[in-house]
Write a protein that binds this ligand. Structure first.
Ligand SMILES: Cc1ncc(COP(=O)(O)O)c(C=O)c1O
Length: 328
């Protein structure tokens, strides 16, 4: 197996996932296209099984682990990756353990438990949880499933790139949110190897601009702290695998404010009747807050990466956008 995801491993992932997960639609919307001054289409991974794109990478990875005969899988995540691993493990009849922070919202923990995982609360910091997951792996022989820095996980996420190209041949730009970088490095590997002329742009919260800073400084930067309402994007650093892929394939890295993300949540809910979570709306926030004359292409695909909005945060949807032209 290749140490780096390639177009071939992404095609292999596509075959493996075929029929197991949803082929999510690329949804057109006239109202938001006119708001943004260009044609926008939205890749609805908020409607994916488990509510996010994460199941693509988890399923691709766990399929291989299951073939290798591992006794079970373990991961450390309170969010979408934990749910995806729980779902994918159940599909292959493997036991799953998910280490979550003691502060994790009960709805997310319940979702992973509902998919059959054993939940293990541990500490508040991600380092503690990772260490605990490694200990579990050593004690049980379970395989650790990384959230983003793994060739099979990245290849699984890359299948989104193939679907966008096939559904919209004249797309010229693809906007993707960036956390640890697994989603965008998979999509960019797929797109640049099929259609190098299509631009791939990564979107980060202003309070978690690790990819943008890494590019600026020419090396993989680890931030001291991050903050944003987009809880899936506040990773401190890109991965060792994802960083070079992003440097090679991603054309541009931009940031959005939390206010722009909140405006996007509101616009997507009211104009598209779709619920997305803040991390899932970050790429849309860039297109919807960019000035119409900004060079962003004319046919822009936007990855709506997740829909698991915590019901405790539904108040985020209650803030209408400013109607002033400057807000656009
Ligand atoms: C909804 C959502 N979007 C985007 C991301 C970022 O994905 P990655 O860490 O692969 O960059 C995450 C990560 O958890 C997520 O949950």
């Amino acid at each position: 197996m290749s140490d780096v995801p390639t177009l071939q491993t992404i095609y292999a992932a596509q075959e493996r996932l075929d029929g197991l997960i949803h082929r999510t639609p690329l949804v057109a919307n006239r109202s938001l296209s006119s708001w943004a001054g260009r044609e926008l289409r939205f890749k609805a991974e908020n409607w994916q099984i488990t509510g996010s794109f994460k199941v693509r990478g988890a399923l691709n990875k766990i399929a291989e682990l299951s073939r290798d005969g591992v006794p079970g899988v373990v991961t450390a995540s309170s969010g979408n990756h934990g749910q995806a691993v729980a779902w994918a493990a159940r599909h292959f009849a493997l036991p799953a353990r998910v280490v979550v922070p003691v502060t994790a919202p009960s709805v997310k923990v319940e979702a992973a438990r509902h998919y059959g995982a054993t939940i293990e609360p541990c500490g508040e910091r991600s380092r503690e949880r990772l260490e605990r997951a490694q200990v579990i792996a050593q004690e049980t022989g379970y395989a650790f499933v990384p959230p983003y820095d793994d060739p099979l996980v990245i290849a699984g996420q890359g299948t989104i790139g193939l679907e966008i190209l096939s559904d919209w041949p004249r797309v010229d730009t693809v906007l993707v949110p960036v956390g640890g970088g697994g989603l965008i490095s998979g999509i960019a590997t797929a797109i640049k190897n099929c259609r190098p002329g299509v631009r791939v742009i990564g979107v980060e919260p202003e309070g978690a601009a690790k990819a943008q800073q890494s590019r600026r400084l020419g090396h993989r930067v680890e931030l001291e702290s991050t903050a944003s309402i987009a809880d899936g994007l506040i990773t401190l650093a890109l991965g060792h695998l994802t960083y070079p892929l992003i440097e090679r394939y991603v054309d541009d890295l931009v940031t959005v404010s939390d206010a722009a993300i909140q405006q996007a949540l509101w616009l997507i809910m009211t104009r598209m009747k779709m619920v997305v979570e803040p991390s899932g709306a970050a790429a849309a926030a860039y297109a919807l807050s960019a000035r119409p004359n900004l060079a962003l292409g004319t046919s822009v695909a936007i990855v709506l990466s997740g829909g698991n909005l915590d019901p405790m945060h539904v108040n985020l949807l209650a803030k209408p956008p400013s109607a002033t032209p400057e807000a656009r």
